[in-house]
Design a protein around this ligand. Structure first.
Ligand code: HEM
Length: 388
């Protein structure tokens, strides 16, 4: 195997083959440079925790990433200490667990509102009407973005994620610039009239400590929007599909809603919303299970593969909502561990539970109507039409 070809409908047989072939495989993927893929759980955990793998390419002697738009590329995922530590501490102060806990009622209300209208029609397109609406609405409300602008946000993020060149209005860079200008205007409003929202907290942090540059503030808000939206939509969509494909597990959860916490962990493991990790760069030569990775190499963890590693998860291809422990790596691990994990879990738990409670006759649709998004890194559905 010299290159990697993944079937979105069922990538798992290829991943099983790759785990058998070796712990780290050097393969052609997107772009001219080979990527070193980590296939097994144990090595993935080690790589996530190893600070010799850096996120900012400059720290391993590579050129800086090309990030022409201000703000973009100044986010946590692409930074190393000390910048990463400083920024993460600042955003953690604004993004507190108390803030997330308060959202329980609002998420339930939103889910029920959507389901009320779908129930009267007798059908729902789960991805565009439910799975993606809940996270984008919640993160926009949390940030304090005006509700009327949510539609604008949603199309902008899809544009970015799929890197679709904006056809009529000057391309991706122009779209980024418009978005950055829009955010600056929101910041100015919050600076003048702070409210009880995340943008106001971040603006306050910036003013108080003078340790968050304007570009970093843009980068942070942009990351929270992008990182928290499609990923959570994928969790809800993939999770419902997995349950519909395993009716006995669906029945078990329906009869025991209190199992939702373990169920969400298993759904995160079974079909991880992020299939392939962000790039890590080797800052020195690194030995991973006997494979020598040279300094400067690009390394990625195959999250969807390591979550199905039999060495770690017995009967890994089986969906078992009672599986405990379930230490999947869907939220990463180590210093970049997902900052929004508790919010994603809460949204996932409520969205799945409300749907299966309110729609007792849900059935798996005709397989030809199930469409996976052709994204290289994310794993999620484009379409899942369901009848009540
Ligand atoms: C099911 C949904 C989600 C999944 C599967 C997910 C997954 C991940 C993963 C794998 C990382 C680590 C990336 C790395 O090591 O390079 C990460 C980081 C991050 N996530 Fe999430 N995420 C989800 C939802 C969210 C939400 C709802 C938010 C916020 C609203 C969020 C904000 C972040 C941020 C800010 C980081 C960067 C942390 C850092 O670099 O220190 N995520 N996420």
């Amino acid at each position: 195997m010299t290159s990697i070809q993944i079937d979105k409908a069922d990538p798992y047989p290829v991943y099983a083959r790759m785990r058998r072939m070796g712990p780290v495989l050097r393969l052609n993927w997107a772009g001219p440079e080979p990527v070193w893929f980590v296939t097994r759980y144990r090595d993935a955990l080690a790589a996530f925790k190893d600070s010799r793998f850096v996120r900012n390419p400059v720290n391993c002697g590579r050129p800086a990433r090309h990030t022409p738009s201000r703000g973009f590329g100044h986010d946590l995922i692409e930074l190393d200490p000390p910048d990463h530590t400083r920024l993460r501490n600042l955003v953690s102060k604004a993004f507190t667990p108390q803030m997330v806990q308060r959202l329980d009622r609002r998420i339930t209300q939103l889910a029920d509102q959507i389901l009320d209208s779908a129930k009267s029609r007798g059908e729902i397109e789960l991805i565009s009407e439910y799975a993606s609406v809940i996270p984008i609405t919640i993160i926009s409300e949390l940030l304090g973005v005006p509700v009327d602008d949510i539609g604008k946000f949603r199309s902008f993020i899809y544009l970015l994620i799929h890197q679709i060149p904006a056809r009529s209005d000057g391309g991706l860079e122009a779209a980024k610039l418009r978005f950055t200008n829009y955010l600056h205007a929101v910041f100015a409003t919050r600076r003048a009239e702070p409210r009880d929202d995340l943008v106001s907290s971040l603006v306050r942090v910036q003013q108080d400590s003078d340790r968050l540059s304007p570009d970093e503030l843009i980068g942070m808000v942009y990351l929270l929007l992008v990182a928290g939206f499609v990923t959570t939509a994928n969790l809800i969509g993939n999770g419902i599909l997995a349950l519909l494909r395993h009716p006995e597990q669906l029945k078990l959860l329906r009869q025991n809603p209190a199992m939702a916490d373990t169920a969400i962990e298993e759904l995160l493991r079974f079909d991880s919303p992020i299939e392939i990790s962000t790039p890590f760069f080797a800052s020195t030569e690194i030995d991973l299970s006997g494979v020598q990775i040279p300094r400067g190499a690009v390394v990625r963890v195959l999250i969807a593969s390591v979550n199905r590693d039999e060495e770690q998860f017995p009967a890994a291809d089986k969906l078992d909502i009672t599986r405990q422990p379930c230490p999947h790596l869907s939220f990463g691990q180590g210093s970049h561990y997902c900052l929004g994990a508790s919010l994603a879990r809460l949204e996932g738990r409520i969205a799945v539970n409300r749907l299966i409670e309110r729609a007792p006759n849900l059935r798996l649709p005709d397989p030809s109507s199930i469409k996976w998004a052709p994204h290289r890194i994310l794993r999620g559905l484009q379409q899942l039409p369901l009848r009540f």
